[in-house]
Ligand binder design. Structure first.
Ligand code: SF4
Ligand code: SF4
Length: 75
C-alpha cells in the first residue's frame, strides 16, 4: 500500500475541516490547540493510515496542507 505524509500549516488553516471530512481513512482531525488566529486547525491524528491520495489537498480552499509520498521505510 502506498504511504503518505501530510504537513499542515497550522497558521494558514481556517478550521473548515473539509480535509477532515474528505479523508477516506480518518487520518485528520481537529486539533485541541488553537492557532494564532483563534482557530482549531486540522491536525494529523492517524499518520500511519495516510495513503497519499491527496483528497485533503484538493479540498483545502487555502492550500494549507501538503501531501508527500513516502518511500519504503520512510516515516
Ligand atoms: S492524503 Fe489522503 S489519506 Fe492522506 S490525509 Fe490526505 S486525504 Fe487522508
Ligand atoms: S481544508 Fe484546509 S483550511 Fe480547511 S481545515 Fe483542512 S487544512 Fe484547514
Amino acid at each position: 500500500m502506498r504511504r503518505g505524509k501530510v504537513v499542515i500549516e497550522r497558521e494558514r488553516c481556517k478550521g473548515c475541516y473539509l480535509c477532515v471530512a474528505h479523508c477516506p481513512f480518518g487520518v485528520l482531525a481537529a486539533d485541541t490547540a488553537m492557532n494564532g488566529a483563534g482557530v482549531y486547525p486540522s491536525t494529523v491524528k492517524n499518520p500511519e493510515k495516510c495513503t497519499a491520495c491527496a483528497a485533503c489537498h484538493r479540498m483545502c480552499p487555502d492550500t494549507a496542507l501538503t501531501v508527500y509520498e513516502l518511500e519504503e521505510g520512510e516515516s
